[in-house]
Design a protein around this ligand. Structure first.
Ligand code: TYD
Ligand code: MG
Length: 453
């Protein structure tokens, strides 16, 4: 008989700990570790009396054609799913409360249903009447989606087993409870057990299941990260408060490319798809001004232009501010250090504020040159050429390194009316005629060429 031990689990990332601690070593979150009864006692030692049965094995060859993906017709959603929803797959949609997950999935369910897919939407958070009212307001009342309001996992699985829809949406996993687990709904044990049963059901019955998970800030409720490893596809719905743009980002996809983004705009009548995000992100850009640099980036398979904005001002603080929104702050520190050490341009005594316009988040190293450009332009109070986009990775020596997909970046820039690109010297470019290029070998050369210093 295995000894019964209590376990300590981080509710943010699901990491197991031997003892309680204020901060989780695995994800760095504070006050998220709670004590829980272990999920299962696990098998006893050795093979013992109860032997398992042998699992049937088979080869890789198959004569069955791959099952067709089903498309919702919402191009932004289909793209992030990797070209449509795969039958029998499990998709997790995570995001902050109130960001629009329920709205997105209700619209998604209606879109699938209108194309002949059988869709069931189970809400554990809102009553059916509330969901119906929202559907009415979104103009979806005529879509053949069937609604249920339930939190009991067993009842939900029984319903899905009888109905056998093509698609089931479970909103949200934190409200579900399974009677086989002795823990409160929303605890790591419950959330894991519920996700596990839903995923198993999806595979067995060929029903695509979309599970909603709230990103949680306090430690009492488990976040979506604890089930990421179980599902086929993980999507995060994100956006800045105060901005109407919402990004659906795939961080894991067993059936398609990860890092793909879908762009939406939250309007009074629900989420509207944004087919041309570059135009949207640059739309607020007025006259060329110091501190602004246009970065030609790639998100997943799609080029997206964004504006990096910098403000540099004398500081009254002993350790000046470094406020970075939408960019990796470690990367920004590195670039500041390279500017100081390799080009002799210090930022000591100066507050630095950096931001990506429109609430976009940029993680590509290819953004280095645009970040450096925005910083220098703000510091020198001199605008970068208005017709130019920038891209290139900066190494610690100050040299510029080529990046991937230069053609796509240039074509997108050209489409949006830019006529010039500032890029690394070693960058190979084919098939972007009509686009002027200014090739730069290192950061010192960049400072000399652009700012004439
Ligand atoms: P919701 O989908 O309920 O968020 P989640 O399920 O992620 O918690 O969206 C809630 C927010 O969206 C709410 O603050 C209002 C806003 N909203 C609109 O602006 N327009 C709309 O048409 C809808 C339905 C919601
Ligand atoms: Mg919701």
């Amino acid at each position: 008989m295995a000894k019964s031990v209590t376990a300590f689990t981080c509710t943010a990332c699901g990491a197991a700990h031997k003892k309680w601690a204020g901060r989780c070593d695995a994800c760095g979150a504070w006050n998220t570790i709670i004590e829980e009864a272990p999920l299962s006692q696990g098998p006893g030692r050795g093979l013992g009396a109860a032997k398992g049965r042998s699992v049937p094995l088979s080869g890789l060859a198959t004569h069955e054609p791959p099952p067709p993906r089903s498309q919702s017709g919402m191009a932004e959603l289909d793209r992030v799913l990797g070209g449509g929803l795969v039958p029998g797959s499990a998709v997790l949609v995570g995001g902050d409360p109130g960001i629009g997950k329920s709205t997105l999935l209700l619209q998604g369910a209606a879109a699938f249903a209108r194309r002949g897919q059988q869709a069931i939407y189970i809400s554990g958070e809102e009553a059916s009447a509330q969901v119906r009212m929202r559907a009415q307001r979104l103009g979806l009342a005529d879509a053949p989606v069937r609604l249920g309001a339930e939190t009991n996992l067993r009842d939900i699985l029984t319903t899905l087993d009888t109905e056998r829809p093509d698609l089931a949406i479970i909103d949200s996993v934190q409200t579900l409870w399974s009677d086989t687990v002795e823990a409160a709904p929303g605890s790591v044990a419950q959330v894991r057990a519920a996700a596990h049963e839903l995923v198993t059901f999806a595979k067995k019955r060929g029903v695509a299941i979309i599970i909603v998970g709230h990103v949680t800030k306090d430690g009492q409720i488990a976040g979506p990260r604890v089930v990421e490893h179980m599902v086929d596809t993980v999507l995060y719905f994100e956006g800045e408060r105060g901005h109407q743009f919402r990004l659906l980002r795939s961080v894991k996809n067993r059936f398609g490319p990860a890092d793909e983004i879908g762009v939406f705009e939250m309007t009074g009548a629900g989420l509207a798809e944004v087919a041309n995000p570059s135009a949207l992100f640059l739309s607020e850009r007025g006259q060329p001004s110091p501190g602004s640099a246009v970065f030609a980036g790639i998100e997943g398979t799609r080029p997206v232009l964004t504006e990096v904005q910098a403000l540099v001002a004398p500081s009254t603080l002993a350790s000046p501010r470094r406020t970075v929104v939408g960019l990796d702050s470690g990367r920004v520190s590195t670039i500041l250090a390279v500017l100081e050490a390799r080009c002799g341009i210090p930022f000591t005594g100066l507050d630095v504020f950096l931001n990506v316009a429109g609430g976009m988040r940029v993680a590509e190293p290819a953004a280095d040159l645009a970040i450096a450009g925005a910083l220098l332009s703000a510091r020198e109070d001199s605008a970068l050429p208005a017709e130019a986009v920038l891209f290139g990775e900066i190494s610690l020596s100050g040299a510029l390194r080529p990046v991937s997909q230069a053609e796509n970046r240039l074509k997108e820039a050209q489409k949006l009316g830019f006529s010039q690109a500032i890029l690394p010297e070693g960058q190979k470019v084919e098939g972007a005629d009509g686009m002027g290029t200014r090739r730069i070998s290192d950061l010192t050369g960049f400072v000399g060429e652009i700012f004439g210093a």
